[in-house]
Design a protein. Sequence first.
Lengths: 261, 471
Amino acid sequence: MSDTPILKIRDLHAKVTDEEIPILRGLDLELRKGEIHAIMGPNGSGKSTLAKVIAGHPGYEVTSGEVTFDGRDILGLEPDERSLAGIFLAFQYPVEIPGVSIANFLRTALQAHQEEGKDLDIFEYQDLLLERLALLDMDPSFAERPVNDGFSGGEKKRNEILQMAVLRPRLAVMDETDSGLDIDALRVVANGVNTLHEENPDMTVLLITHYQRILDYIQPDHVHVMVDGRIVRSGGPEVAIQLEEEGYASWREKEAADAAF
Amino acid sequence: MPKHELVEGLKLDDYKYGFVDEEKSVFRTQPGLSQDVVRQISARKDEPEWMLQFRLKALRIFQAKPMPTWGGDLSQLEEVLDEIYFYVRPQEHMERSWDDVPENIKRTFERLGIPEAERKILAGVGAQYESEMVYHSLKEEWTSKGVIFDSIEDGLKNHPDLFREYFSTVVPAADNKFAALNSAVWSGGSFVYIPPGVHLETPLQAYFRVNQERMGQFERTLIICDEGSRAHYIEGCTAPIYSTESFHSGVIEIVVLPGARFRYTTIQNWSNNMYNLVTQRALVHEDATMEWLDGNLGSKLTMKYPSCYLVGERAHGSILSIAYAGDGQHQDTGGKVVHAAPRTTSSIVSKSISKGTGRASYRGLCKVYEGADHARSNVECDALLIHETSRTDTYPYIEIEEKSANVGHEATVSKVGEEQLFYLKSRGMSEEEAMALIVRGFIEPIAKELPLEYAVELNRLIELEMEGSVG
């Protein structure tokens, strides 16, 4: 762990593109290398929007504020450029790409991450893929399936983890990865994250979640509460426990009261 | 950048091919079409009288028939027909030099372990003698099995009875205006005969017929698969076809006799000034199977509907079609299946992609005659639109005269989703790379049926086409 934040978000305001609906209303956040952060919040708090804005989703527009990754402003970068810089978004609702196998898809993605002019050796890639599948305790045949096509919710989330394992990002933003999963699937996903973090302790993880449950399996260093597009409380794992006991209501009221000023 | 050279090469403006050496005597008939032209053609080929008469009769039919008003825009075609040379003696194709082939294509071949000789053929560089060598060793295999694989002219000359027995029985001259045209001025094409029970493992490929007119404007092909035989014929190449001709009107007749299995694969990438109008039809007998695999990219206008006439019990016909229409291009393609016997089955799967102002239309016919009981047919046509300006249409014709028939039709239209693009970009792919991957996934069910080298080239082509698809 170091002192310089790897991700620094300052007073971020963002809205839906082409509409006047503000979602992020002055969000501040700092993540240091290797840390695991959790952001929890009620529905409508803007948690997913935050994840998408970090990744550069065209459906959202930043109206003010700054986001720097490794000291570098990323708001001007395209999603693929952000990925090449080392940012990975595990989607809440991963989309289907029919006719394209996971293996093929990942190879194309990994190739894009290579230096200009360098070609990914196909045999090295095969070895890497098999090794990653084994690490995550996944069957090799999984990689032959078409990306997310006909997948259950659990399988889609496992696919996100596999991608993370192959691309080895420096910052993994996980957008409600636990939503729609049963306990077993949740364990598989959590194990995957923990294994990858063990393998690379420098990887920073931003877990966005609605429920405290996943935090039983992935130990966060910091927990933040997000309400109405802003972080209203930051602390250690005890914040999650308190939230579990008290719910979001008190935070909502507090925000509403603050906003009334 | 090498990639851009190839892309530029796909555009017409730079084509300087054609009658390079006016000094050398190049035989060609005068422009336009007339009885005289037809007689000259027949005379030069030293044809029997019946063929000359056949041609002349076809000419009359052609002149009598009106230009079709459906399909694509043929309004300018009359002018084109008045000016083209209906017969030109085959010339050496200008070969590209191996040095001009882009590095990344050479590397692809290397990575896939494609042998030296084939690489050059695939890159359109094939030095004559190398193609000859490949051709000769394969030729031995065919001849030992009694397979005939000749030019259509040699077919007529060397196997007159066999030829006459089947010629124009699948596509009569009067079938349509362009079949009539082809019947009058045909030149170049293949004559294939597979003897009973012969199974050919290696596909027959049109480019093997070296030193012969590989790509005539009015190709005529006749293929006869005798009982229980099995073969695969591949025509075309994904390298853009350099041609000054702007009109290609071919006729392909295939007879699949009882118990035989035949597949005809075409991948063509036409220059965008080309009118590509082809009549492809197979007569499928009892317990026989016919498969058309049709890939059409480019051209100004393509009208092509590979057909299966299922005339024997339990005959099966399938058509897999990929059409790609870029800016200003119109693909009007699909297939026809005609059930004229009981318990026949058929399937049409059509995938089309429209990019820029391209228009890809599916046009198909499923006809079940009375008495063709328990016929089953399924049609699936999927269209992918890349841009707001891209267009797709579907014209399915379904004519059922038999109560016990089971016919299904599904159609989908989709566009490349913003979410899909974002998902792929968020993994590091550029917008073009993402597009190309999505398009490849779209055609995958058909592309996986292609021989490897064609699939490789097809993927490459799609990547090139997707460049510049942004904005």
